[in-house]
Design a protein around this ligand. Structure first.
Ligand SMILES: Cc1cc2nc3c(=O)[nH]c(=O)nc-3n(C[C@H](O)[C@H](O)[C@H](O)COP(=O)(O)OP(=O)(O)OC[C@H]3O[C@@H](n4cnc5c(N)ncnc54)[C@H](O)[C@@H]3O)c2cc1C
Length: 441
């Protein structure tokens, strides 16, 4: 499906989830005072926003392809904040409708429906607090993810219990049916995300074919699709630049981490080039040949599979070159005649990856590579310093990228911000600039 149509379909679907129960409620014959009606409305909107926020990060490939993982996570955060705000507005309306309702907050005396609401609210507050304080509290990604998922599940289940025990809304045939549809949708989405994909889906299994050392801290993991009982190997199709989650065990509690697919979309082997920064990436380097790994993907919209593009500007920092390698390798396979301008930024010459292969690719496709070092070093005659408009303008021949050129930036946050600003200064079309940062939390 065309990218714009896909986005419009998803936005329409999310819009229906967020607004439909409230619109139906507004259409019902008016009963109760204004504050009561407002309390029901804010409660319904909070529930719908919570359901949408829970669906967004559930690894729906077409959703991630439509918006890109960064926008999906941004929307998830926005809906999380909207849910919390609506919950507080709901509480304020409940008390405004009947001041004695303040006693419903007392967990020792409150009826079940109010207890469920308070538990859901506390879980939401803890969830928001943990997300904001994650870096200050130096919480590991795994611990943060476990607490985030547990608190989100608590908030969702307690909110559902609150609505069920209230009884008033579920008795309305239309709203009740919508709640059943919400529950079914969540069961399917969560079942796929947490049970089918990690534990049963045979297409996720690959075997380690090779591990190539690129430099002392970076290696390439070469995977081959798993052939079952001598049968046909798993088929695997992705767009160059997309990423996948890798896990080392077929289990829902196994750690899983995202990595960009670095190989060509037309290659038999699937390659991931990985910097060994922590426990998981170091464990990947030690895998024996023939070991099984599980790959959940492809995901994301950071891809140059764009037919209307006249050419590409790519800016990569460090290991952020991986999506660009997939795009360039695929372009070579496809004999793509369009111009590719690659700017690679590194701290030291030894951190510049794939130099020999890029030289080879330059003979096959219209590729120009500019290497930039963050700081000058002895013997280096190439450009140094920050990526700014001056540097980009020199690399791009003094002309702004034409309107049909697509620009890709991947690397550390500072580089992404600098390059984005520089491209915009040079007049690049904002909706033709794609960014990816290797941090999702
Ligand atoms: C879309 C995307 C594509 C990526 N592609 C590549 C790639 O091609 N090559 C590469 O070397 N790295 C890539 N990364 C980064 C890679 O996922 C992290 O370096 C890796 O997860 C670190 O794990 P660790 O346990 O070894 O290190 P740790 O020291 O435990 O983690 C280092 C940091 O990585 C982040 N991180 C850890 N676990 C996860 C996780 N499960 N999900 C998201 N972020 C996490 C956290 O911010 C953490 O602080 C990518 C990240 C994203 C989001």
């Amino acid at each position: 499906m065309d990218q714009r149509l896909l986005r419009a379909t998803w936005l329409g679907g999310l819009g229906v989830i967020v607004s439909a129960p409230s619109l139906v409620y507004l259409a019902l014959p008016s009963s109760g005072g204004l504050w009561h009606r407002l309390s029901v409305l804010t409660g319904l909107l909070a529930l719908s926003a919570l359901v949408s926020a829970a669906v967004l990060p559930s690894r729906l490939r077409s959703l991630n392809r439509a918006f890109g993982i960064e926008s999906v996570i941004d929307l998830h955060r926005f809906l999380g904040v909207a849910t919390a705000s609506l919950v507080f507005a709901h509480l304020a309306c409940v008390v405004a409708a009947e001041p004695a309702n303040i006693t419903l907050l007392d967990l020792t005396t409150a009826p079940g429906r109010a207890k469920a609401a308070t538990i859901s609210t506390l879980a939401l507050v803890a969830l928001a607090g943990l997300t904001v304080l994650r870096n200050q509290a130096r919480l590991s990604y795994e611990l943060w993810k476990l607490s985030h998922v547990t608190l989100a599940a608590t908030a969702l289940l307690a909110a559902a219990l609150h609505v069920l025990l209230l009884d008033q809304l579920v008795r309305n045939a239309v709203i009740g049916t919508m709640f059943v549809l919400f529950a079914l949708m969540l069961a399917i989405v969560f079942g796929h995300r947490w049970v089918w994909r990690p534990m049963f889906d045979p297409s996720t299994q690959f075997v380690v074919h090779d591990i190539r050392r690129e430099n002392p801290t970076v290696s390439t993991l070469v995977l081959a699709p798993c052939s079952r009982d001598g049968g046909p190997a798993t088929t695997w199709a992705f767009s160059p630049g997309q990423f996948a989650w890798i896990r080392l065990d077929r289990s829902v509690i196994a750690q899983e981490h995202p990595f960009t697919i670095a190989s060509s979309a037309h290659s038999d082997a699937t390659e991931f080039t990985i910097r060994h920064t922590g426990d998981f990436t170091k464990a990947l380097r030690r895998l024996p040949i023939g070991a099984s790994v599980w790959v959940d993907g492809p995901h994301g919209a950071f891809t140059n599979d764009i037919e209307t593009s006249a050419g590409f500007v790519m800016i990569a920092g460090g290991v952020g070159i991986t999506p660009m390698m997939s795009m360039l390798r695929t372009a070579a396979h496809r004999c793509d005649p369009r111009p590719y301008r690659l700017i690679v930024v590194a701290s030291a010459p030894e951190d510049l990856l794939f130099r020999a292969e890029l030289a080879q690719l330059r003979r096959i496709i219209d590729l120009e590579v500019t290497e930039v070092l963050r700081r000058p070093v002895e013997g280096w005659s190439g450009p140094t310093g920050d990526v700014n408009a001056e540097l980009l303008s020199a690399v791009l021949g003094g002309t702004p990228p034409p309107a049909e050129v697509d620009c890709f930036i991947c690397g550390p946050p500072a580089l992404v911000t600098d390059a984005l600003g520089a491209l915009e200064l040079l007049g690049a079309t904002p909706d033709r600039i794609y960014t990816e940062q290797f941090d999702m939390a």
